[in-house]
Design a protein around this ligand. Structure first.
Ligand SMILES: Cc1cc2nc3c(=O)[nH]c(=O)nc-3n(C[C@H](O)[C@H](O)[C@H](O)COP(=O)(O)OP(=O)(O)OC[C@H]3O[C@@H](n4cnc5c(N)ncnc54)[C@H](O)[C@@H]3O)c2cc1C
Length: 413
């Protein structure tokens, strides 16, 4: 018997997959839904892994997207601890690691991303950590409780969040990063400086222009060697040098992956459809077309996983919908909470203006292209992300003097 056209299989059982299943059931889908996940857990949220889980304020039970009973009560089959090893597009089947074949009518690839590994001598030493999964975070939390000197390799969001957590745990912390400032390529110099100041004021040492050439130690790591001939002592090293999308399955199945402007993701249209009409991709792994931006974007953030999980489900159900909102990311580091709305390709091509108090770190910053807002970041100021989004989406010309005036509500700028 062939697959029922209503059977939906989702490969990956992360946040995106959870939202696919939830949305399908919410919208009345009556067919089978199966999530195949190589991790042993039901879908969970990763943001606390570099924040509350490390500082001990969030434990495992708070991470899961749904209660265990939600899956059976919604008729969602959860095959955890199971890896999908191939897609047979001809017979509409997913091949599992045990050899079993799972038929699909519609297939959603939500395989996410995995941490980039540092290709230098000493990578496998004890005390060297990557951070993606619950087990990684719990191992790192235990290590931080004993750590004296922590070196964080990489000055992106996760590197800085780990640095803040490690410092809060009482360790000496050094962040080894490329360029002059962490986050400089993401935020531009002015706002990257805000994060650099925050970390320095909290006692984190920032090492600019660092190129790591090796890790030292016999059995356990003792330090990090840099290209300039210097080295940093460390008993814990955290590698936070970005992720790569998990596209092997899609590539082996002959789906379009990567190519100019797609940031190595599975290429999908604005409805998250691949070139195969029975297969969709969503979340960290997908490079989806944005009609508003006129280009592809691959977004590695929590809100995108939620939005695209929901959108993929609706698209599978045949709804003619898109979700072309500006990207949204948040972070928490020390006493700073921030939300960033917008898609900044190249901050250097924009101009930054600020309403609020930069030294006091209570502000909303805007990136302007001419007189249009292309992105906005609220720092320790809340409930404005919706207005920032509206300024971006409307594409309307703004009066800069009104934009920076905190007395004028953003919707009146
Ligand atoms: C430590 C950390 C902190 C973060 N903090 C923030 C934050 O503060 N703000 C923010 O906006 N975003 C944050 N993110 C990003 C956010 O968590 C991701 O964008 C989100 O998890 C993406 O969800 P996903 O379901 O698309 O992919 P994933 O979460 O990667 O899930 C994909 C799942 O698919 C599984 N899989 C892969 N291949 C197969 C296969 N062949 N067979 C079966 N299963 C497979 C993987 O093992 C994984 O479990 C953070 C991420 C991490 C790791």
């Amino acid at each position: 018997m062939g697959p029922s056209t209503t059977d939906v299989v989702v490969v990956g059982a992360g946040l995106t997959a959870a939202l696919v299943a939830e949305t399908l059931r919410d919208r009345g889908h009556a067919g089978r839904i199966t999530l195949v996940g190589e991790e042993v857990h039901r879908p969970y949220e990763r943001p606390p892994l570099s924040k509350g889980v490390l500082t001990g304020t969030a434990d495992r039970e708070t991470l899961f997207v749904h209660e265990p009973g939600w899956y059976p009560s919604h008729g969602v089959e959860l095959l955890v601890g199971t890896t999908a090893v191939a897609i047979d597009r001809g017979s509409h089947q997913v091949v599992l690691d045990g050899g079993e074949r799972l038929p699909y009518g519609s297939l959603v690839l939500a395989t996410g991303a995995r941490p980039r590994v540092l290709a230098v001598p000493g990578g496998p030493l004890r005390g060297v950590h990557h951070l993606r999964r619950i087990e990684d975070a719990e191992r790192l939390r235990s290590a931080l409780a004993q750590a004296r000197r922590v070196a964080v390799i990489g000055g992106g969001w996760i590197g800085l969040e780990v640095a803040a957590a490690a410092r809060t745990a009482g360790a000496e912390v050094t962040v080894l990063h490329r360029g002059e400032l962490p986050l400089e390529r993401v935020l531009g110099t002015e706002l990257a400086r805000l994060f650099a100041d925050l970390h320095r004021e909290n006692g984190v040492v920032l090492r600019p222009q660092s190129q790591v050439v090796g890790l030292a130690g016999a059995g356990a790591v003792t330090g990090v060697a840099l290209a300039d001939g210097t080295s940093i002592d460390a008993d814990v090293v955290v590698v936070g040098i970005g992720v790569e999308p998990s596209t092997d399955l899609a590539r082996a199945a002959g789906l379009a992956v990567g190519g100019p402007g797609t940031d190595q993701g599975i290429v999908v249209d604005e409805h998250l459809r691949t070139v195969d009409p029975h297969i969709w991709a969503a979340g960290d792994v997908a490079s989806s077309f944005s009609p508003r931006l006129g280009r592809y974007r691959r977004v590695e953030h929590w809100e995108n996983a939620r939005r695209q999980g929901a959108l993929a489900a609706r698209s599978v159900l045949g709804e003619d919908v898109i979700d072309d909102r500006p990207s949204f990311v948040f972070t928490d580091q020390f006493d700073l909470g921030m939300e960033l709305t917008g898609d900044l390709d190249d901050p250097a091509r924009t101009r930054v203006v600020v309403r609020g108090d930069v030294p006091g770190r209570e502000l909303v910053a805007f990136w302007l292209d001419g007189d249009r807002v292309v992105a906005g970041m609220n720092v320790n100021v809340w409930d404005v992300a919706g207005q920032v989004e509206e300024l971006i989406v409307s594409g309307r010309a703004v009066d800069e003097s009104r934009l920076v005036d905190p007395a004028i509500p953003l919707e009146q700028v």
